[in-house]
Design a protein around this ligand. Structure first.
Ligand SMILES: Cc1ncc(COP(=O)(O)O)c(C=O)c1O
Length: 398
């Protein structure tokens, strides 16, 4: 490996959301950022921009758009023209404005739950109504209930499906077949698809993902995709993202909504970081994925040995493992509030922070989300505490 992902970079005391604000010595394995330094090319680009010393309003150079189209066509076989790109401050801003653009107050937005928690307020903030299409969890694997999706999509008030591809928190990378079925149902029923693809680079080594934008054109015209280098290159605090939309009228509406939400200007460091990420950090990303995959294998082995009752659906994408902890509930049946009780117990008594599954919707009861994007040493200690905490919980509650 050319990059040292084992390096421990102290983050405590830097006002970071992940580490600060807990009791001393706590290991955070919750919010989705990584404990690794960004790729050297990104650090150099940011340093260069910093050294200039003037941070006035900036326009986006041609190189910015070239970097995005170049990356997606080279890496993912997805070609689109530069006029399809609408820059903004973040993926949340991107999908929220896209919802606003494609709905009227009172319309319904379909979510495949359990799903990324910030999807819920985006629906409410646009005065829409959430319609859940629960994912099916069967024999340790997640899939889509297409009959239910068809039912929900056929409601005349259903106007948007907010898709998460790859899916946070269940770790699925949707296949072309699954995406085609989703697209067919939405198209038949006049439901516009917003695809959040922020985790798209973080698939298993050797396995890609299918961009929604590579589906047949009639489907793509009724969609908008939200992408960003922030998640895979660990620069979430830089805040930069893009909407890609093929239809000019859809773009006009999203552009208008971003303007109304006042989030169409990016900060001066965003473009520098994005260009360095997409143009000069591919090798770093490939090594990162190997490291994350090793962490995943290590975690699976550890859990099998030390918490034998736990089930983990296969992680196809993201660095977020979705732990089925229902076996640890009294009598094996989770009561309302079990996941949050268990996370409180792990945090307060064992100094390790995970996220309660119910943060991602009621279907998440009984589950915990574990972030494994940290140096192996941190992971090892975090897992030790997790096992100690869960086993003690079982002994005292069963
Ligand atoms: C699915 C998903 N979308 C969006 C975001 C946040 O995006 P941003 O920070 O660019 O607003 C996250 C962060 O965890 C995420 O998991």
């Amino acid at each position: 490996m050319s990059y040292d992902f084992d390096e421990i970079v102290p983050r405590l005391g830097t006002d970071c959301v992940k580490w600060d604000g807990f009791a001393p010595g706590t290991i955070p394995m919750w919010v989705a950022d990584m404990d690794f330094k960004a790729a050297p090319a990104i650090l150099q680009a940011l340093q260069k921009r910093l050294d200039h010393g003037v941070f006035g309003y900036e326009r986006l150079p041609r190189e910015y758009f070239d970097a995005i189209t170049g990356w997606f066509s080279r890496r993912h076989g997805w070609s689109f023209s530069q006029e399809c790109i609408i820059p903004t401050t973040g993926v949340i801003a991107a999908y929220s404005a896209s919802i606003k653009a494609m709905t009227s107050p009172g319309d319904k937005v379909i979510l495949m739950t359990p799903v990324y928690n910030c999807f819920f307020p985006a629906v409410r903030n646009n005065r829409c109504v959430e319609t859940d299409c629960s994912l099916v969890y069967h024999e340790g694997k997640y899939s889509i209930d297409f009959e239910d999706l068809e039912r929900k999509a056929s409601d005349p008030l259903a106007k948007v499906l907010l898709l998460c591809n790859p899916h946070n928190p269940v770790g699925r990378v949707w296949t072309r077949d699954e995406l085609l079925r989703i697209a067919g149902i939405c198209h038949r029923n006049g439901v516009f698809v917003i695809s959040d693809e922020i985790h798209c680079e973080l698939t298993r080594p050797g396995h890609g993902y299918i961009p929604y934008g590579t589906l047949p054109r009639e489907y793509v015209l009724r969609s908008a995709t939200c992408v960003s280098p922030t998640k895979p290159f660990n620069i979430a605090g830089i805040q930069i993202a893009n909407v890609v939309a093929a239809d000019p009228e859809v773009r006009r509406r999203i552009d208008r909504a971003l303007n109304e939400n006042e989030c169409c200007d990016v900060n001066v460091f965003g473009p520098a970081a994005l260009i360095a990420a997409y143009n000069r950090s591919e090798g770093w990303l490939d090594e990162l994925r190997e490291y994350l995959w090793d962490n995943y294998q290590y975690t699976l082995d550890f859990l099998r040995e030390n918490i034998p009752g736990i089930t983990v659906p296969p992680l196809e994408g993201t660095y977020l493992m979705w732990l089925d902890c229902r076996f640890a509930a009294p009598g094996g049946v989770p009561y309302d509030g079990f996941s949050s009780d268990l996370t409180a117990h792990l945090k307060d008594r064992h100094g390790v922070v995970l996220t309660a599954g119910t943060v991602y919707g009621k279907d998440g009861e009984g589950f915990l989300r574990l972030n494994i994007a940290c140096p192996r040493k941190t992971l090892t200690e975090g897992l030790r505490r997790l096992a100690e905490g869960i086993n003690l919980y079982i002994n005292t509650h069963n």
